[in-house]
Design a protein around this ligand. Structure first.
Ligand code: NAP
Length: 246
């Protein structure tokens, strides 16, 4: 079955590690050219780019900085002339109780997790409008849907991303552009590796499927949203959480 991925130009923010890496590999394995964005960790992004081939490229950009994002999209335009799929995956987590959150941490979470996707969506939408096609996939979180103690700022950023997704879907649909969000639960990446063992145990116990999610579990749903299987799906938030009750 042809999923309509081969030959597509795909940009994955934070595409060198964790969930982003699995997304980059999944699209590349089906013949897409993947642009892997990174910020602090050049080595994993560069070695993944080499491994993927297919004309893949890695670009350094801090998604929270408008000048960096502009430069990244200028490069995409110059090298490829189009963008078919944008995956807004880059994100950070800094757990703290509401009363302990420092203003600078609140700002960086909002800047990277919410303003970053906003800036990338603006640039991507300009290119996709001209093409009259495109798919935007935003990686939100179960915490953006349900909230969680110790994660108010993270939750606000991920809930905001759902608002951004739904509104952009309404605005861009008439141009043939779909915008959807994925809301992962507890996924095994660097972001979660330092959690205490008893918290990990409780989180796994809270899933009906009884296991931690793999980055590939999320990548498969992102693939669905980037493929022609989801051509009539927009403005949705799809949970990938093993049926987690929190
Ligand atoms: P991760 O392993 O910590 O990777 C985070 C990625 O984001 C890295 O590639 C990192 O790139 C990139 N990044 C961070 N700040 C950036 C910036 N300012 N500009 C560009 N890239 C930046 O995390 P992950 O678990 O794969 O998370 C990926 C996404 O899924 C995040 O949005 C996260 O909130 C979401 N999520 C994760 C879970 C989970 O349980 N893991 C659950 C729900 C949602 P560098 O290393 O180059 O800085």
């Amino acid at each position: 079955m042809d999923l309509g991925i081969s030959g597509k130009i795909v940009l994955v923010t934070g595409g060198g590690r964790g969930i982003g890496k699995a997304v980059s590999e999944t699209f590349s394995n089906l013949g897409a050219t993947v642009i892997i964005n990174y910020n602090k960790n050049k080595e994993p992004a560069e070695s993944l780019t080499k491994k993927l081939g297919n004309g893949s490229l890695c670009i350094k950009a801090d998604v929270s900085k408008s000048a960096d994002v502009k430069q990244m999209f200028d490069t995409v335009k110059e090298k490829f002339g189009r963008l078919d799929i944008l995956v807004n995956n880059a994100g950070i987590l800094k757990d703290a109780l509401l009363m302990m959150i420092r203003e600078e941490d609140y700002n960086s979470i909002i800047d990277i997790n919410l303003k970053g996707p906003f800036l990338c969506m603006q640039h991507a939408a300009k290119m996709m409008l001209r093409q009259r096609s495109g798919k935007i996939i935003n990686i939100s979180s179960i915490i953006g849907v349900n909230g969680n103690s110790g994660q108010t700022h993270y939750s606000a950023s991920k809930a905001g991303l759902i608002g951004l997704t739904k509104s952009a879907a309404k605005e861009l649909g008439r141009f043939g552009i779909t915008v959807n969000a994925v809301a992962p639960g507890f996924i095994d990446t660097d972001m979660t590796k330092d959690m205490k063992d008893e918290i990990k145990k409780d989180l796994i116990a809270s899933t009906s499927l009884g296991r931690i999610g793999k980055p590939e579990d999320v990548a498969k749903v992102v693939l669905f949203l980037g493929s022609n299987l989801s051509d009539y799906v927009s403005g949705q938030v799809i949970g990938v959480d093993g049926c987690q009750i929190i």
